[in-house]
Design a protein around this ligand. Structure first.
Ligand code: BG6
Length: 458
């Protein structure tokens, strides 16, 4: 356990992300006793509450299953949270926040580590970062102990230009090793296993190229619709919401080269290198390779514009311009309000003799995490028929002794320990946007097909 006192400042603590993901993850880590012993959460938000009202709100809103924790555990956890009412654009609010942090340091009689988490809509990033900087709060009070770090949620910017502007601003206030750009998909347990599986099993490496792989399918399918996020989603659509980040990161883990060593710098550089080699969309006629759709009923979701042409589904075939992957189609597919929840990667191996009998390697990221191989066997009897069977490893086989941590638990622990492996680097963000930015325009000119809720999309 990290012994340096740590303060986790959450901008937007009353918001959806903080309530649904961050606070439950912090509570879980607290109960597992893996947070620093001296630990405080300072929540910053606009609304004004008494101490008891705030504690009640957190208790009510947190996405905690009933019976998951003992009442005492939640009570003690709440004792580690203080609330600071303030406005993102009000300098005085930051002065008050600074004083609160100082008081906690004085109480501990130690200079503490400080993590600032921007759990707010991206339009507020600039304001918060600028005010944080002028308040002096981002200046570390110590060296290795007493650091300051910032956690930023995706989407990082809205296109290449705005992402670079945001990065320049972050770069003015922090060094790269203080900036943690969250793509929580990278922190999912089954995503982490892709590299472990690829690099620990020599069986696959000789086959991991265009000689043996016919195509790769990457899917992030969701059965949920807008869930109250219509206003935010309508401005960005599926391509920016999950295409620029989660889907590309899934692709990167399949396609990246084996780094010379597995340190964070090399792994991040490996992922960035994949994005750098994505075939630019302007070089291709995309009509055969891109479809997009919107689910029936999307227009009546709250926050969605009446005539909105925003896509809630897309499928894109893309290619990677390097010797390993030249000619191999990578299909990226995502959608909301579909027939099921499934995030999965399927790798199809070539069968030159019998093209229909392909072997398929599947990484199911969620739900029911699995790694599975489809192979072919002879059906018993006097005939010579073959049929597909599977070899599979299910995470549930590990049972409760090895529960899968939530991605945000991993994000928080890695940010505290300073390990940036599972966070996007400035290069990853840059190359991902270089690929996606021209696609946004092409996407908006692609016919929008309407699909039924609960269907397979278009
Ligand atoms: C978020 C997107 O980044 O990822 C959401 O903004 C999406 O629209 C979510 O639903 C999916 O993540 P998870 O962990 O719920 O599968």
């Amino acid at each position: 356990m990290n012994t340096v006192p740590t303060i986790f400042v959450i901008f937007g603590i009353t918001g959806d992300l903080a309530q649904r993901k961050l606070l439950p993850a912090l509570l879980s880590l607290y109960v597992k006793k893996v947070l620093p012993k001296k630990f405080f959460i300072v929540g910053f938000s606009r609304r004004s509450f008494t101490r008891e009202e705030f504690r009640q709100l957190i208790r009510d809103e947190m996405n905690v299953k009933s019976g998951q924790y003992k009442g005492e555990e939640i009570k003690h956890f709440l004792d580690h949270i203080v609330y600071e009412q303030g406005y993102f654009d009000d300098v005085d609010s930051y002065e008050r926040l600074f004083l609160t942090l100082k008081k906690i340091d004085e109480y501990w009689k130690q200079c503490s580590n400080k993590l600032f988490h921007l759990s707010v809509a991206p339009v507020f990033y600039e304001k918060i970062l600028a005010n944080l900087a002028s308040s002096g709060m981002t200046i570390p009070c110590g060296g290795d102990e007493g650091w300051t770090r910032v956690l930023v949620e995706k989407p990082f910017g809205n296109d290449l230009a705005t992402a670079q502007k945001l990065d320049a601003l972050l770069g003015k206030l922090f060094n790269e090793n203080q900036i943690f750009r969250i793509d929580h998909y990278l922190a999912k347990e089954a995503m982490q296993n892709i590299l472990a599986f690829r690099f620990a099993n020599s069986l696959f490496e000789p086959l991991w190229n265009n000689n043996f792989i016919e195509g790769v399918e990457i899917k992030l399918l969701e059965s949920i619709g807008m869930e109250g996020r219509g206003g935010f989603y309508d401005d960005i659509g599926a391509i920016k919401d999950v295409g620029q980040n989660h889907l590309l990161q899934m692709l990167a883990l399949v396609a990246m080269e084996h780094p010379k060593n597995l340190n964070p710098k090399m792994i991040r550089a490996g992922r960035a290198d994949v994005f750098k080699h994505l075939m630019p969309v302007k070089d291709r006629n995309l009509s055969k390779f891109l479809t997009r759709g919107q689910y029936e009923g999307y227009l009546s979701e709250s926050g969605v514009k009446a005539e909105s042409k925003t896509e809630t589904y897309f499928r894109l075939i893309t290619y990677i311009n390097n010797s390993r992957w030249k000619g191999v189609p990578f299909s990226l597919e995502t959608g909301k309000a579909l027939y099921k929840n499934k995030s999965e990667i399927n790798i199809y191996f070539k069968n030159k003799i019998n093209p229909k009998s392909t072997n398929v390697l599947t990484f199911r990221i969620q739900p029911n995490e699995i790694i599975q191989i489809r192979f072919w066997v002879k059906t018993p009897g006097f005939g010579v028929n073959i049929e597909p069977k599977t070899l599979s490893f299910k995470y549930s086989d590990w049972g409760i002794a090895n529960p899968i941590p939530d991605a945000y638990e991993r994000v928080i622990l890695d940010a505290i320990s300073g390990d940036q492996t599972l966070f996007a680097s400035t290069d990853e963000v840059k190359y991902a946007w270089k690929f996606i930015t021209p696609l946004i325009k092409i996407m908006s000119n692609t016919p929008l097909k309407i699909y039924k809720k609960g269907s397979k999309g278009v």
